[in-house]
Design a protein around this ligand. Structure first.
Ligand code: G6D
Length: 344
């Protein structure tokens, strides 16, 4: 594996791992973030410098935490005690654990390399009380590129007090390699038959609703254009998808999601040990930022934010994000690329 480190501006580094097949993965210590992935075309959204992330969009590709998604009114009860965390003044809810969060921290890192795979291991400590969360929390995010064209994200956490922990990675894929094209012509398949409907303010209602027969039914695989054209009320509410999907199986050996490029030459397979995926179709409208000198299209990317569904702090049906004191947490998500998948 080839490894190159370079200056990413503003005191941050960009580390690029390249495997023998010529697939590269670039990550930065600004937010333990993925910046670039691909072989002959770029497959993820990203900017050319650390400054651009700070000025245009801090979430793209970043490690997110302590808690991905929204917590209603930034308030939760843990072991009988009410905790108040930082909220967004716009809507009064907390998003992605409060700003600034993991996405703008400068993480320390080490690099490991072998014949089979290379990894960049990022570490940060979120101090007790940060944004109102209890416990000193040590987090490690390991980004690995394998010779099998897998980008693996391994996240661990340990806290000295009981706390909430629900990390994710905020990568956006666009398999056309052209950010001016929306992902409408991509085909999406999901191993999911239930999703979390949202209220108008994007807080989950607490219901686990069936996707079967709705616009959010991806069991057979279909173009995202079908969703964008539908009059499904949950789609209309956010002008696309910005919803948690509950996985029918959460096993790294079983695909959770597949995304196929419009020309059929590039396929992404997502697998995770987590129970849900938040899919966000970059519903930015005309607010989409400029990227590599081009205007990002509305619906110009799609996320696969693997996590326990947001709302779990109040809806036990969604799973638990309570992290017990001194008990290590670990989760793995794999994003596997296949080129010319039908020919292989
Ligand atoms: C997450 O679900 C949320 C979106 O609503 C938000 O806009 C984005 O992060 C930045 O995917």
């Amino acid at each position: 594996m080839q490894i190159i480190e370079k200056d990413f501006g503003n005191g941050y580094q960009l580390i690029t791992l390249t495997n023998d097949a010529g697939v590269h993965l670039s990550v930065t210590d600004l937010g333990a973030r993925i910046v670039s992935l691909g072989r002959d075309k770029e497959l993820v959204l990203g900017f050319g410098s650390a400054t651009e992330y700070l000025e245009k969009d801090v979430f793209i590709g970043a490690s997110i935490g302590r808690t991905a998604g929204r917590i209603e009114n930034g308030r939760f009860v843990l072991d009988g005690k009410v905790h108040q965390v930082t909220t967004d003044p716009g809507n009064g809810h907390s998003l992605h654990g409060g700003l600034p969060g993991f996405e703008t921290k400068k993480w320390t890192y080490t690099i490991e390399n072998s014949d089979d795979e290379a990894s960049v291991i990022f570490t940060t400590i979120s101090p007790d009380g940060e944004h109102g969360f209890p416990g000193n929390l040590t987090v490690e995010v390991r980004h690995t590129l394998t010779q099998e064209n897998i980008w693996r994200v391994t996240t661990t956490g340990i806290s000295d007090q009981p706390t909430l922990f629900n990390p994710t990675n905020h990568v956006y894929f666009n398999l056309t390699g052209d950010v001016t094209q929306s992902i409408a012509e991509h085909k999406l398949w999901l191993n999911s038959t239930a999703f979390a409907p949202l209220r108008q303010d994007s807080i989950p209602t607490g219901e686990k609703a069936s996707t079967v027969g709705t616009a959010f039914d991806f069991q057979k695989g279909k173009k995202l254009a079908e969703v964008f054209a539908s009059d499904f009320d949950q789609k209309k509410q956010v002008d696309g998808i910005d919803h948690p999907f509950f996985l029918d199986e959460n096993d790294l050996a079983i695909p959770a999601a597949k995304l196929l490029s419009p020309d059929g030459t590039t396929e992404l397979t997502v697998a995770t040990d987590l129970s849900s995926i938040v899919i966000f179709t970059a519903n930015f409208g005309t607010d989409a930022p400029e990227m590599h000198g081009k205007q990002l299209a509305n619906h110009g990317g799609i996320t696969f934010e693997t996590q326990t569904a947001p709302g779990a702090e109040q809806y036990t049906d969604f799973g638990s994000i309570r992290l017990a004191a001194n008990e290590p947490f670990e989760t793995i998500t794999e994003y596997k690329l296949a080129f010319n998948p039908t020919a292989n």
